[in-house]
Design a protein around this ligand. Sequence first.
Ligand code: GLU
Length: 488
Amino acid sequence: MENIRVRIAPSPSGNLHIGTARTALFNYLYAKKTGGEFVLRIEDTDLERSNQEYTQNIFDSLKALGLQWDEGPDVGGKYGPYYQSERFDIYPKYAQILLDKGYAYECFCTPEELEAEKEEAMKNHRAYVYSRKCMNLTEEEKAGLRAKGIKPSIRFKVEHKELIFNDLVKGELKFDTNLIGDFVIMKSNGTPTYNFAVVIDDMLMKISHIIRGEDHISNTPKQILIYEALGAEVPKFGHLGMILAPDRSKLSKRHGATAVSDFVKQGYLTDALINFVALLGWAPSDGVEIKPVDEIAKDFRIHDVSSSNSIFEYDKLNWMNGQYIKKMDISKLTDMALPFLSKYDSAEFGEHGLSKMSRENLEKMIEITREPITTLSELEHDCAYFFGEDVDYTEGMETLQKPDAKVVLNRVMELIDGYDFESDEDVHDKLADLRTEFKEKHNMKPKETMWAVRAAVTGRTRGADMARTMTILGKDVCIHRIKKALEF
Ligand code: GLU
């Protein structure tokens, strides 16, 4: 088999978008499946829009998702540099080759002249293609224009033909190159355009397969023509359908997070995110959707990727994230949860703040609160009553104002006063005895008895396992809260 080399070539003009993460993943999977190389190239030639913070965000997000590249800016490789901005001296050489071979020509048209051509086309309801006004300028004419201080751009001369290629995802695609028009490959300021730089880089980096979003399909014929003109081998192309929002419009911030780092900030686990993203256009052969990337890689075939658009179902992501939360190693999950609990580290929580809680209790708290949540950000609310001496009784007030509640709470006070919380089981048994006693003596339903205890100790009507909640809080805090609750 040929040497398979794939790449992801993000432009650092924003944080890593979830769609780019999907493109990165499919390239990564293809490389893993075929024993190929996965290359990262940063396309930062648009110096105004690119910045180092976004580049760092791209590195961090890809790494967090487990998409480690084999060659790229920080790890190096044989075909660097991997920042396009460090490759500016490479492109003029190849533009010159195209000029020399007659595949390109200098264009001295000013922006105003080009604008006038475009307006003319619009007026006549024609699709605009460049007029080729500069294609046959003589050397004298060019020298004259240069003398006037006009710097030329370089245009690629598009051969008129039907261009056909076999897309790995979409199948056979045909283009009429008449509609393309001679396009600029080098701007008059000496910098390459995207379509030119991308071909030169992919060619020199020996990229064999280009897997990217279908928003690039219209660029592909131009790129193929450049490869052909340079006599280079044309890579195989595979264009992935777009990722749309549930309302079928372009996925945007108004639908929810779109950058990987924003999903992480909202409490999504990167393992869940990457698993979810794999299912946008691909389905496992055994129908088991939840599986790690290594396993997905074994099953992945680019030909199985769907050519249609995928819908980004936030609800499904939430469900999947919940599944990952339930199964994640508790120590790892606790580490991930801590940033979402930072509110409880402030001075107002004093002795009962986050940093005062033992690691054992932290893990226990996460263990008993993780079941119903779908994102880690829900922990701030769900764990609130584990911090501070007092709690907010808004939710539990109605329960506490029932006459039965007072009887239960007085009895709980008796039961736990003078008794040390020895173990979870012990407290659990005590609560079971309490329920039995109230059922027998007062004909109270067991859950009603527990509502009173829960409302007093946590201020809530629902929450984590009561016995373990009480042992985490400790006897003093429980007594303090029950006394307070008895005042209502
Ligand atoms: N820098 C381009 C982008 O981010 C790369 C496109 C390509 O993969 O060719 O869209």
